[in-house]
Write a new protein. Sequence first.
Length: 233
Amino acid sequence: MAPVGGKPRIILTDDHTLISEGVARLLEPEFEIVGRFSDGRTLLEHAEQLEPDVVIMDLAMPYLNGIDAGQRLKALLPNTKIVVLTVCEDAEVAATVMRQWASGYLLKKSASAELLTTVREVLHGRSYVTTHLTQDLIQNFIRNPVPAEKKQLTARQREVLQLLAEGGTLKEVAKVLGLATRTVAYHKYRLMEEHGLRTNSDLVLLALAEKVISAPSNLSSKTALSSKDPVRR
């Protein structure tokens, strides 16, 4: 619910400025925009201080993707409602984040009125999933009422995997994460050994499969996709 005597406080997190600006203009008459960020890592650095009632966030973001950022944010601010605003129409992804940490799931192709409805609903303690995906989610639950267990990457492995898949060198990844370069190398080679990977191409494919990146078109131009480049330092 809104704080006494004030508008509900909202943070927007999306790496597309036009989307973020458009959402802000839509929400500002009714809500207070207290922060706008372009990646999950920066969001986590500032969210606790800003005390948002709602965070609206994309899933495909650089440095730290929305799936991992949302999980960490919910642990950090359990009373904050998180709404996903994404192009991802994968019902399995929607079901996973709604089960674990999200209160709302909306597509960027949805009508603006549906975003307002979603924010109002989650502020009243209710969940909301876009009508575009409702039937898909029902079918997903019918087929898989208990999700199959699969080998899980650790939070650190997911961080390293995303940054490497976005084109970072071992040294660059180490700087972002505040780790020694040899520690990042250890995580990289453990990932490659455990999943039978040989090249940076394989790392990118794993990152796509684990949904820490959304699509090859979102990757940095530095990303090495050649099978002739098995190790990038």
